[in-house]
Design a protein around this ligand. Structure first.
Ligand SMILES: *Cc1c(COP(=O)(O)O)cnc(C)c1O
Length: 363
C-alpha cells in the first residue's frame, strides 16, 4: 500500500455546500425548485455584461491567458489605489491562502485563528504539518488572540473580517489594533471575502488594502466570488507590500486562472452597477431573516456578510433542520461540524427567501 505523508492523517476533507444536482438525484426534486442558500453565492446570478464577455472568449479557449494578468491588476490597482506590483491573483483567494501557507509553514510552526472561522486556514496549515491554534471564542477577541500569540508565536495569524461562517466582523480600528500587536516576523492575513457587504452596512467596518499597506507583514485578501458574483470562475487576490508578493509569486503555478476567468474578472471590475444592485438586494432581504428569527424565537448573529447565522437552543437541532430542509429542496449550511448548533443561510432573492421561510415553518 502507498504510504502517504503522515500529515494527511489529521486532515478532514473540506466539505463544500451540497450541489443542486445532489438534491435532484436524491429527492427527485426538479432543479428549478431547488433553492441553494448554502455557499454564499450571489443570488442575482452572473452580471449579463460578464456573461457576454465569457461567451465572446469561448473561441479563445486554446490560448493560455496573459500570465502577467496586466489588465486585471491595473483594474484592481485603480480600485484600491495600490501599485500593480503589490497584487497577486489566485484561483479564488483560496489559492492565495495556499501560497501563503506553503511559503512560510513547516512542521515546527503554528497558525492562530478564531474559534470558528474559514475551514481552509486549518487544512492548508495541516498540509504543511503545522499546528493549528484557536481562540476560545468565535469572535476575534483581542485579549484571547494576544495571549495565544505571546505564548505560541505562530507564523501566521488569520483575521477573517467579516468572519465566515458566523457573519460577525471587526471595525477597522479593531483590525489595526490587532495588526499592530503582532511582530514583524508573523504574517497577518486579513481575509476580506465579504468586505463589500460590511462596508455597505457600516463604514466603521470598512478595511481597505491601503489601510494595511504600511505594515510589511500584512496581506489583504479579496475575492470575486461573493459580491461580484463569480464563484464559478475562481478569481481572488492578495494585496501586500511588493517584497511579500514577490515571495508568494514563487509558489504560483503559471496560468493559474483560466482565460475565461481572467476575461470575466476584468469585465466584472467595470460593472460596478451589478455590485451596487447585489448589495441593495441583500440589504433589503436580510432584514426579513432577522424578523423571522425574532418571530420564531431563536437567536442570530448580527451579520456583516451575505449570509446570516441562526443559533438554536436545545429545543432545536441544526442538523435535523438542515436535513428536513434538504428533503424539501432547500440547501443551507449546518454548522454542527464547527461545534455550533446553528445554521448558516445565504440570503437569497425575495422568492428564494419566501421558499426558505415557508419550509422552515412547515418543519
Ligand atoms: C468564500 C471565501 C473565500 C474565498 O473564496 P474563493 O472563492 O476561493 O475566492 C475566502 N475566505 C472566506 C472567509 C470565504 O468565505
Amino acid at each position: 500500500m502507498v504510504k502517504f505523508n503522515k500529515v494527511l492523517q489529521n486532515i478532514k476533507t473540506y466539505e463544500a455546500g451540497k450541489p443542486i444536482e445532489l438534491v435532484v438525484r436524491e429527492f427527485g426534486i426538479a432543479p428549478e425548485d431547488v433553492v441553494k442558500l448554502a455557499s454564499n453565492e450571489n443570488p442575482i446570478g452572473t452580471s449579463p455584461a460578464v456573461a457576454e464577455v465569457i461567451r465572446a472568449h469561448a473561441t479563445k479557449a486554446h490560448l493560455y491567458p496573459d500570465d502577467s494578468m496586466f489588465e486585471l491588476k491595473a483594474a484592481l490597482s485603480q480600485r484600491f489605489g495600490v501599485k500593480e506590483e503589490s497584487i497577486i491573483i489566485g484561483a479564488g483567494s483560496d489559492q492565495v491562502l495556499e501560497f501563503i501557507s506553503r511559503a512560510v509553514l513547516n512542521e515546527e510552526s503554528s497558525v492562530l485563528m478564531s474559534g470558528v472561522t474559514f475551514a481552509m486556514y486549518e487544512i492548508y496549515a495541516k498540509q504543511m504539518g503545522a499546528k493549528v491554534l484557536r481562540t476560545a471564542s468565535y469572535q476575534h477577541d483581542y485579549e484571547e488572540f494576544i495571549e495565544a500569540y505571546e505564548m505560541r508565536k505562530p507564523k501566521i495569524v488569520y483575521i477573517c473580517t467579516p468572519n465566515n461562517p458566523t457573519g460577525d466582523a471587526l471595525t477597522k480600528d479593531e483590525v489595526i489594533k490587532m495588526v499592530k500587536a503582532m511582530h514583524k516576523d508573523t504574517i497577518v492575513v486579513v481575509d476580506c471575502a465579504y468586505m463589500e457587504y460590511a462596508a455597505a452596512k457600516d463604514e466603521q467596518y470598512r478595511v481597505t488594502p491601503q489601510d494595511l499597506m504600511e505594515y510589511e507583514n500584512v496581506i489583504y485578501l479579496g475575492t470575486f466570488s461573493k459580491a461580484y458574483g463569480l464563484g464559478g470562475m475562481r478569481v481572488g487576490y492578495g494585496i501586500a507590500q511588493k517584497w511579500l508578493i514577490d515571495q508568494l509569486y514563487k509558489m504560483r503555478p503559471p496560468f493559474n486562472i483560466s482565460t475565461l476567468s481572467l476575461a470575466a474578472a476584468i469585465e466584472a471590475c467595470k460593472d460596478e452597477q451589478f455590485v451596487t444592485d447585489s448589495l441593495a438586494l441583500h440589504q433589503e432581504q436580510i432584514g426579513r431573516y432577522e424578523a423571522f428569527a425574532k418571530e420564531q424565537g431563536f437567536a442570530y448573529i448580527e451579520s456583516y456578510t451575505n449570509f446570516i447565522t441562526y443559533c438554536f437552543e436545545e429545543d432545536r437541532n441544526s442538523t435535523q433542520i438542515a436535513n428536513g430542509l434538504l428533503e424539501r429542496g432547500v440547501i443551507v449550511r449546518d454548522l454542527a461540524s464547527y461545534g455550533m448548533n446553528a445554521l448558516r443561510i445565504t440570503v437569497g432573492t425575495a422568492t428564494q427567501n419566501d421558499t426558505f421561510f415557508r419550509h422552515f415553518k412547515a418543519l
